[in-house]
Every structure is written in C-alpha cells, then in structure tokens.
Design a protein around this ligand. Structure first.
Ligand code: NAD
Length: 336
C-alpha cells in the first residue's frame, strides 16, 4: 500500500522503517504538515498518516477523497484534528493509537515534580560555576504529601502507582472511578475537595469543552496556598492568564508544564534566533518556580517503538472488513 507520512520528525523515520521491513508498505515521508495549503501534495496514495499538528478539516478530507485516499492513520491517540464525520461520509477508515506508553508521560510528570521540588536544574548550573552553596535549594519530602490526580485513565493510573510508591496519599477525581486504584488506596473526591486538599496536583484528563480552562481563577481561589501544579495533558486545560495571576499571588507555588495553550507556534521549533511574540510564555518563563518542557513527555525509546509498531499494524489492518480496536468509530445518521 502507498502511504504518505506527514509531519515526519527526524526521530520517527528509523522506527517506522524498522517496523515496515516485514510489512513492505511504500512509505513516502513529508516533513510538512498536511492541511489546506499542502493537500495538493497528496497524489497517488492509498493512505495518509498524520500527527496532531496536521489539520484534516472538511475541505482537506474532500480533497483527499478526490485524490483517491481511502485510509487515515493517526500517530497519536487524539483525533480532534480530523473531521471524522466527513471522513465517514467518504467511507474513509480512520485509525489511531489509543495508548502507546502511558508510563512515559507519567514518569515525565514525576520528573517535573522532582525537578521543581529539589531544584536539580538550578544545582546543576550552579555547581558548574563552582558555586557549592545550598541557598534556595531547599525542597520538601514527597513522603506523606497529598497528591491530587485529575483523570485516572491510562496515564493517570501509571502516575498514581508511582506516587503511591513514594508513600504519598493519593486522591483523585474522574468521571469513572477505578476499582484497581481504589483497592490500592486511592481515594476519589470531588474536584473542589481535590483542590482544597492537594499539595501537588497533576492533570491527566483530556481536553474537551468541559475541561477547557478547568484551572482558572475560581479553581486557584480554592487551592492550598503554594500548591504545585503539573500539566502533561493539554495546554488549554489551564487558563494561562489566570495561571500567571495565581503565580504572582503565590497561590500557585510551583508550575510544571509539558504542554502550553499556544504551543503550535512554538514547540518542536528552534526559535533561539528569532523574537518570540508570545508574551504569555515569556512571562511564564520569567518566574523562577516555573518549569516548561517542550511536549517531550512521550519522548522515550519505548514510546517511539510502540508508536511505530502500532502505526504499521494499523496500516496492515486497513483492508480488514471488521472494525478494529484502533478504529475511530463514527456512525452516520441513518438518513445520510
Ligand atoms: P485516557 O482516556 O486513558 O484517560 C483520561 C481520563 O480522564 C479518563 O479516565 C476520563 O474519564 C477522565 N476524564 C475525562 N473528563 C474528565 C474530567 N472533566 N475530570 C476528571 N477526569 C476526566 O487518556 P490517557 O491516555 O490517560 O491520556 C490523558 C491525556 O494525556 C490525553 O488526553 C492527552 O491530552 C495527554 N497526553 C499527553 C502526552 C504528552 O506527551 N505530553 C502524550 C500522550 C497523551
């Protein structure tokens, strides 16, 4: 099968080629994203394989259908960048990667906590300049602290397990409670109770209309003063303007984020030689208790192996007649 792979990053190719050795699909790599401006590059392909940075809106899907594309494979779990309804109208099969390595993201959330708390990033720089003072490096024990987990799905569960191992009290909020976690001692509470009791809050729910700006000024007015907030989920779950205010008032004592509302314009790019016009991220970076990483939580060898392996498995299942577990199901109304 001929497949056009868009938004290819340098680190992805070797893993995709490795898993494609046996499958022998004809893969063509494009570094550009697939969107309205670039859709004309899709010529003579059975399928397109995309990332979250590609935008397959109604127009792009129509163009793809005209070009003879029958399948769409996402190299991500989320698929909010694909108009699945229009894809279904064109009888296009859409496949995704529901889970690749929840531990990779959970472990990165813990890395943010430990770095912010024990200030190893500051110690590293300081010691390299022969400054061996302990001033301002004091942290706190995680043992015995209360950790609030928002969303106990695959990543949230992996995160809870790690924090239980540190000897923390873990409380959580989710639309569905996990028996496995409850049996291990995780207590489900309301969102407001979680805000009021947690020393550290880690966000692991998806971004949707209910969770957009879940962390706003109202939420920050209910937290323990000086709480640590970690977000490895999606940027817009936090209202950045309110976050900045909460940091200024010291309601938020620490902030660790791997995702940012305006990250599309910034992340995965080297902007070290240009003027960054996003004032909010510049303000965030000016706080000494804020740690930002560039959407790297997924970036482990194990996760890249899993993403490539499942992507090729998805290519192999394109022509299966039954609905596969990775297929994005969309049922068109009967009238259509
Ligand atoms: P998942 O679907 O397994 O779990 C999400 C959980 O959130 C579910 O249990 C769901 O019931 C719960 N939830 C939904 N709405 C909620 C709400 N309003 N309040 C509390 N809980 C709510 O997803 P996952 O695989 O654990 O991934 C979680 C998120 O992590 C993804 O949506 C994605 O945004 C993010 N993610 C980030 C990276 C990264 O590299 N930074 C990589 C992968 C995923």
């Amino acid at each position: 099968m001929k497949i056009a792979i868009y938004s290819t990053k340098y680190y992805e190719r070797e893993y995709l080629d490795l898993y494609n050795k046996a499958a022998k699909h004809q893969l063509t790599y494009f570094e550009i994203p697939l969107n309205t401006e670039t859709v004309a590059t899709v010529k003579d392909f059975d399928a397109v394989c995309i990332q979250l940075t590609d935008k397959l809106d109604t127009n792009v899907i129509h163009q793809l259908a005209k070009a003879g594309v029958k399948y769409i494979a996402l190299r991500s779990a989320g698929y909010d960048n694909v108009d699945v309804e229009t894809a279904a109208k064109h009888k296009m099969k859409v496949l995704r990667i529901p889970a690749y390595s929840p531990e990779a993201i959970a472990e990165h959330a813990v890395a943010l906590i430990l770095t912010l708390n024990r200030k190893t990033h500051k110690a590293y720089n300081r010691v390299r300049e022969n400054n061996f003072l302990l001033q301002n490096l004091m942290g706190f024990n995680l043992f015995g602290k209360t950790i609030g987990v928002v969303g106990t799905g695959k990543i949230g569960t992996a995160f809870c397990n790690i924090m239980l191992g540190f000897g923390c009290k873990v409380i959580a909020t989710d639309l569905m409670e996990s028996k496995e976690l409850k049996d291990k001692g995780v207590q489900y509470v309301s969102f407001d109770t979680l805000l009021g009791q947690s020393d550290i809050i880690s966000v692991h729910c998806p971004l949707n209309s209910k969770t957009k700006y879940l962390f706003n000024s109202a939420a920050f007015s209910k937290v323990k003063k000086g709480v640590m907030l970690i977000n490895t989920s999606r940027g817009a779950i936090l209202n950045t303007v309110d976050v900045i205010q909460a940091l200024k008032k010291a309601q938020l004592g620490y902030l660790g984020i791997d995702v940012y509302e305006g990250e599309e314009q910034l992340f995965f790019k080297d902007l070290s030689n240009v003027v960054v016009l996003d004032d909010q991220i510049e303000r965030l970076m000016s706080f000494n208790n804020v740690l930002i990483t560039p959407h790297q939580a997924f970036f482990t060898k194990e996760a890249l192996h899993a993403i490539a392996r499942i992507t090729i498995e998805n290519f192999n299942s394109f022509e299966d007649s039954e609905v596969t577990k990775n297929q994005v199901a969309f049922t068109l109304p009967k009238s259509l």
